[in-house]
Design a protein around this ligand. Structure first.
Ligand code: SF4
Ligand code: SF4
Length: 253
């Protein structure tokens, strides 16, 4: 299988703004909430690269902020939704999604709604369970392509808080890196709001930049970017993370 064929997801971060500070997210610590947004021009460049690739995997509007807060969210949605060969996914915390953008559901193959509110917990007390059940039923009836995940945030120290991960050294105590190889840079590509190619979605602390969509197309980046190739090849070996930033602090994978 070629390296291009191994790529199954292109993740796009349309904004650096979020309207929550979940306890398990670097945003609850020192990650800045910034009014920075992808322009339609950048989105069009990425779209042309995706088309050149003939991509049939997943394009996800996701990233390190809440996508629906992106200044050009609707335009970016239109750029990626028209005449596509790939699956289009949106991830949202729902805060603006239902009030401002209920009409965009039809432009995505599926919309992942992460519910962080502790009022809804399928594993909680009877009231929380009923809330979760009703919420799911109501939304699934209205939006057939919604995929709901309940991730109640009870606080970083609470054993029932969902999704505890150090985000490659961005949160919590320093941990030992996993001894396992990491295939993430082969399978997924992360593009930041300004078109920068980043290492991966776990790297919140350093946000390593390996290039930009204005300098290299996705095809060129995957096949020829020497920094990416170095990470990809090194991470294929067991116990290799110690010599790479931020992988030396990453327990993921
Ligand atoms: S987990 Fe998502 S919704 Fe929560 S603060 Fe981080 S970016 Fe925002
Ligand atoms: S080891 Fe962790 S930080 Fe490094 S590429 Fe893999 S997931 Fe990302």
């Amino acid at each position: 299988m070629s390296i291009i064929e191994k790529l199954n997801a292109i993740e796009i971060n349309p904004t650096e703004l979020c309207n929550l500070t979940c306890s398990f997210c670097p945003r609850a610590y020192d990650y800045p909430n910034q009014n920075l947004h992808m322009t339609p021009e950048t989105a069009k460049i990425i779209r042309s690269h995706v088309d050149e690739l003939g991509f049939t995997g997943r394009v996800a509007i996701v990233g390190k902020g809440e996508p629906t807060l992106a200044k050009h969210f609707e335009e970016i949605t239109n750029i990626f939704s028209e005449n596509r060969t790939y699956t289009l996914l949106l991830t949202s915390n729902g805060k603006w999604l239902f009030d401002k953008y209920p009409h965009i559901f039809e432009k995505y193959d599926y919309v992942r709604y992460d519910v962080y509110d502790t009022a809804y917990d399928p594993n909680g007390n009877s009231k929380q369970r009923i809330n979760a059940l009703r919420h799911r039923k109501r939304l699934e009836k209205k939006f057939p392509n919604i995929y709901i995940q309940f991730k109640p945030d009870y606080g970083w120290d609470h054993e029932r808080t969902y999704c505890l991960d150090t985000r490659a050294g961005s949160i919590g105590e320093k941990v030992e890196p996993s001894p396992n190889p990491c295939t993430l840079p082969q399978r997924r590509l992360l593009i930041d709001w300004n078109g920068d190619y980043n290492l991966c979605c776990h790297d919140w602390k350093h946000k390593l930049v390996f290039g930009n969509v204005r300098e290299e197309t996705i095809v060129e980046y995957i096949n020829h970017n020497q920094t990416l190739i170095h990470y990809r090849e090194t991470l294929m070996k067991p116990n290799s993370r110690r010599c790479l930033t931020p992988c030396s602090e990453c327990p993921a994978g």
